[in-house]
Design a protein around this ligand. Structure first.
Ligand code: 4AD
Length: 430
């Protein structure tokens, strides 16, 4: 019977066949330990000289890394390994011999690994990160579907900018100028007026000249938008959503977290509610900490965010930023027009901002005034104003950056390892 490694637990003491690749190998005169991987997981196959034909043993000893093969044998429990099972191999059949696989168990430099990303993805660590990414996506759909949200897909090719014009990718759209989407938000606001509570999940693009561990040129964002919900309501959804994905990853990715040596004690207690600090208080706090490079009205950089996050064990919301450093659509605080009803959610352990969100301006006149201040004109923007013309309601939304969240939960240093094929400032291949 053909099974996958993932199904091994259901076939203890049975003779089965697994199609896979040789990830690594150790052998002595009498025994060969094959590290097998099949896409669903990693498992050891043990080939004992006295139990197999001479031909099979010699083939096992000569297997090269990443050779593809079918292995047949009995699944047995193996309490010493993280996986818990191994195969006592009785036969193997080589499908394709791999020679001179470039990624060996020795240490390679990052650029070398990035040049071989198409192969690097096969490693145990990268496999674990991709599985955690998948679990976050799965839990995201589950969370929003069970909470009454409808999935809506905004366009990727757009005629308008959502997050400022300096980071736009331009492209030709027949005779017109178009951009790759920086955020689906404006469309999601229209969708919320049609469907109430909506969320999107898709790629977004920022032509940012930032070369940091947190920046990608192409990244995936989850963007919920909710009619009849104010800023406070939105913060509650955010903390419940983030708690939900953490608990899902802890529950369903134990093997992967172990393979990554993630200290899960840092995640286990992260449950809603999350602490909050206003921008005003955050500036005061930073000054007390000795940061003399920040004044009220300036945006925080990574060192500022990290210093704030360090005083909390859970993610922290920094709320009510000055209006002038935030996007045109954010609603001013009714009690103080120099700040807006927004929040950034900063992850612990230096992983930085994972969510940006706000209550949106719902007043037509104020939105028209903002358009003037930001020089937004033309048909690409007019439709957005109409949302404030016909039955405008209070509404809020946010965007969670998938890759930064994967980096945090996996405990990997750099976002380049959290997306299958990262697009970075100097990298478009593979
Ligand atoms: O704060 P941002 O720019 O918010 C928006 O785009 C809003 N329109 C979202 C909304 O309200 N619907 O981005 C949201 C999140 C950030 O918190 C961060 O996690 C991620 O997107 N992000 C990036 N991730 C990787 N690389 C980049 N260059 C990123 N820029 C933003």
């Amino acid at each position: 019977m053909k099974i996958t490694i993932q199904e091994a637990a259901k076939h203890v003491n049975e003779e089965v066949t697994i199609g896979g690749w040789l990830a690594n190998k150790r052998s002595s005169g009498k025994i060969a330990f094959l590290q097998l991987r099949d896409g669903t997981g990693f498992m050891q196959g043990v080939v004992v000289k006295s139990d197999v034909s001479e031909e099979v043993f010699s083939e096992a000893k000569n297997l090269t890394q990443e050779t593809s093969l079918y292995v047949t044998g009995k699944i047995v429990e193996d309490t010493r390994s993280d996986f818990g099972y191994e195969m006592q191999v009785s036969n193997l059949e080589v499908i394709h011999v791999a020679t001179d696989y470039p990624i060996t168990p020795k240490n390679h430099g990052t650029e070398f690994l990035m040049d071989h990303r198409h192969l690097w993805l096969r490693s145990k660590k990268q496999h674990a990160v991709m599985k955690i990414r998948n679990e976050i996506i799965r839990a995201t759909y589950e969370f929003f579907n069970t909470n009454g949200f409808v999935k809506v897909d905004p366009p990727i090719l757009t005629g308008a900018s959502a997050e400022g014009t300096t980071e736009l990718f331009h492209t030709k759209y027949f005779d017109e100028e178009a951009y790759l989407s920086q955020s689906g938000q404006l469309y999601m606001e229209a969708a919320a007026m049609a469907l109430g509570k909506v969320f999107s999940f898709g790629p977004t693009f920022r032509a940012e000249k930032s070369k940091t561990r947190r920046h990608l040129i192409e990244f995936w964002m989850i963007e919920p938008e909710m009619a009849f919900m104010d800023h406070e309501d939105s913060l509650k959804v955010q903390e419940n959503y983030v708690s939900y994905i953490i608990q899902s990853v802890l529950e369903n990715c134990a093997l992967e977290l172990k393979a990554l040596e993630r200290d899960t004690s840092k995640l286990e207690n992260i449950k809603a509610p999350f602490p909050r600090i206003s921008y005003d208080k955050a500036v005061e706090f930073l000054k007390e900490k000795g940061f003399d490079d920040i004044e009220w009205g300036e945006d925080f950089g990574a060192p500022h965010e990290t210093a704030i996050a360090e005083s909390f064990e859970k993610p922290v919301f920094i709320t009510n930023y000055p209006k002038d450093i935030k996007a045109f659509y954010m609603k001013p605080d009714p009690e103080r027009s120099d700040v807006v009803l927004c929040a950034d959610l900063i992850a612990p352990e230096g992983y930085g901002e994972i969510i940006g969100g706000s209550q949106r301006i719902d007043d037509l006149e104020l939105m028209e005034q903002r358009y003037k201040e930001h020089g937004l004109t033309g048909p690409a923007y007019e439709w957005y104003l109409e949302l404030r013309k016909y039955g405008s309601v209070p509404h809020s939304g946010f965007g969670l950056g998938l890759e930064r969240t994967v980096a945090w939960l996996s405990g990997v240093e750099h976002v380049r390892e959290t997306i299958p094929f990262p697009r970075l400032l100097n990298r478009l291949y593979p």
